[in-house]
Design a protein around this ligand. Sequence first.
Ligand SMILES: [Zn+2]
Length: 456
Amino acid sequence: MYQSNKMNYHVMPDGTEKQINPFTGREVWAIPGRKNKPVYNCFESNPKEIEVQNPEGYCNFCVANYKNTPPEKARLIKTQDGYKILNRLDVKKVFSEEAEFRRISNLFEIVTIDYWARNYNYKLVDVNKKWKERYISSDEGLNHVLGIINLKLKLSGINSEQIEAKSAEEKINMANAFFCGGHELVVAKKHMNSGAKYDIDLCSSGELTQEEHFQYLKFTIEAMRDIYAQNRYVRYVSIFQNWLRDAGASFDHLHKQLVALDAWGTLVERELDLVKNDLNIYNDMAANFACYNNLVIAENDYAMAFVDIGHVHPTLVIYSKNEHLRPNEHTDEELRGLSDLVHACHAAMGNAISCNEEWYYTPWDSIIPMPWHILIKWRINTPAGFEGGTKIYINPMSLTELRDIMVPRLYELRDKKIIDGLKIAEECPVRPNSLRYNRLKGPVPCGNPYHDIYAT
Ligand SMILES: [Zn+2]
């Protein structure tokens, strides 16, 4: 059972802040004096000048290196009539123009295609089977696929003789993950910002425009919907973004990841258990708590952003205020509202702070509602022996310190017209029970697109 607000948040006379996360039970302290460590910049102190590349070829995700990534499940392009998604691209299309965002398989899956095949007897659905056949029917497509498999084997530490000894047929079988695997990447177009001169001028989520960020989220949600629709054994799609090395990113090139799972994961299960006992817990213990303690940093009609309690790392959270639960159930208007706040948080923190962005939402087969919310965790501290031995985690920043860093930056960005469509700090309405996830009339809908596709 969760504890009361008062127990979860206590400031001692010397300024030590003690927090307990109401959902995870984690105990966190912010101690004065631990705060003076430099925390705002994860880069080396001396930025290095770069040799500007056009087209960009700084890493395997860059425009010049499309050949180094698997076939594209989808891409988002900009046309005269707006943004458009192209699905299951032929090889010629991949190399003939540049994409705004690309959806590709992760070369090294966490949950592999073999996992689904061996444990569930999962087979490629027809549309992907045909796409694979079409792709490798041309020499260019076949060579691309074999090239990626060779690259994957090489990166796995297999020597060139062993790679050459494998037959083309064996390699083509290994390529199933590219066409229907459940661990995917959504990769942004740019590696560096326009006009970049130094290695620190990276294009982060906050460097996108509000419109680009909205399109990025919408395209990611479409990938999530498609994963559900292609594999009926999937119970949850974990969605996250690792920004920079300290957050676990292999490349400093903006991308999100989606991992299909046959379970909800302990954290989601635990939170949904809490909702069973208190349907209003996300208001009581998260949003209302933030309102009453002046922790809300931004709000609009569709979402609310605040500093979140009880995390190892300084953490911002953006909650959807909508009755719609899952990302794919949100209307464009609702999604844009939420996207604007997520974008504003990234823009205000800048591109130099390593962070994890984590999405949480109602699994499609849950009848208990969870509001869609996105955590942004600043990876600026590393738990060590003290934390290991005590399970008391030292966060280098108090809740109010994090708020006071974010709020002036948000005002500044709005003055410069970089962000828009949001109220900031004291302007926010901060109404109690703003999250409407528990106002549904009738049962929580199923929400699985697999069932929509096969419905008669
Ligand atoms: Zn790149």
